[in-house]
Design a protein around this ligand. Sequence first.
Ligand code: ZN
Length: 186
Amino acid sequence: MSEEEFRQASREREIAYWRETNRFCGKCGEAMTVHPDPSECAMLCPRCGFTAYPGISPAVIALVVKEGKILLQRNSHYRATHWSLVAGFVDTGESLEDAMRREIREEASIEVKNLRYFGSQPWPFPSAMMVAFTAEYASGELKPDGTEVIESGWFAPDALPPIPTPGSVARRMIDAFLLENAKGRQ
Ligand SMILES: [Zn+2]
């Protein structure tokens, strides 16, 4: 699937999921109706007028680099044969940067510096928005948390394990890192 097809399919899926989970008004309990204005992607309560818009849950993901190697890990709930980047949902009241540092600390037991925005991608499983960062290792001993992450390591560009398939922002970050690394060697 191309990135554009994925984006469209994501949107359809998210809206279907949102309609399904917003059938009744959260304020007064009345059955919701589709907003009469087609330009409004919203559900409207005919009794109290409450309008509900699709919610998006922000999530963060990072490519952490240490001495030319990247941090990859195997998750217990993910396809266990593939390795991926540190990622997790943002808690209420947290900044994206705080969430990213916390996730890296929790999952990998290390501290990072120089967090930089890389890009973002809607991620409909369900209704998430992946916000991607690059970061540099700062301190600590890499250690998987043992529950969510069962194995982790630093990998050189020429010795990567099976990585996420194309189409994900995780893969885009890894590809960008590989390209930069190849340029650096020329
Ligand atoms: Zn209502």
